[in-house]
Design a protein around this ligand. Sequence first.
Ligand SMILES: [Zn+2]
Length: 237
Amino acid sequence: MLKFVVSILLVFFYGSVYAESSCLDTPTAHALFAEFQILKTTEKVNIDLCDQQSAASTVIKTLLFLKELGDLNAEQGPFIKNWLGASPYVFFKSRVKKIVLDDSKDCVGLSQVWPSERAQKVMHVCTKASQYEVLTLAEAFVHEARHLETFMHNHAVCITGENYGRESCDESFESGGAYAVGVEFLMRVHQSTQLDSRLREQAHQMALRALRERFNTTPSGLRTYVSLQERRPKILR
Ligand SMILES: [Zn+2]
């Protein structure tokens, strides 16, 4: 049910981007694409902006989401360390220069958004990324941007939890890797009172799940934070 509500919300939130024909608004799309170098792995890759399942549409809607979030000012706290800065779009744009629309065999498995060629600041987005909700994609974009910094922030093998045995964790939140920056992004969305409350709640749930599942050592302050949350009236969380 929550997922359904969130989907409706996002369609409403982004309704202005799509023309009546359900195509992405061309000037908006071109203006966003112009800020990056957009590449394709093969000529087959669909850049039809009327196809919302295409990698091109996925990239546009995610970039627009990040841009329209604007500044997410938040007080420094246990999960806001200012690694991200106020604007997730500025964070992303200063780290990613080339976006590859990818339909190659590299797109198998869970990873539908991934970084490559750090020196060239390249990020790949696979066609199947369109299956994810925009907040999930936005978090992934911020996460991959972190990987494209000078130091790659490589992952560790998870020693427990739902990702046990996979290289899908960071040793600690405090080390400020890609998962930690993703958590900061979600917590900033959660704390931004100008945003829709359902989006903020979705971000909070995603952040809490990442805090529990993505770090090999329990983030300092997590237990205190969770017990405080449980004692607060829901409207204030
Ligand atoms: Zn990663």
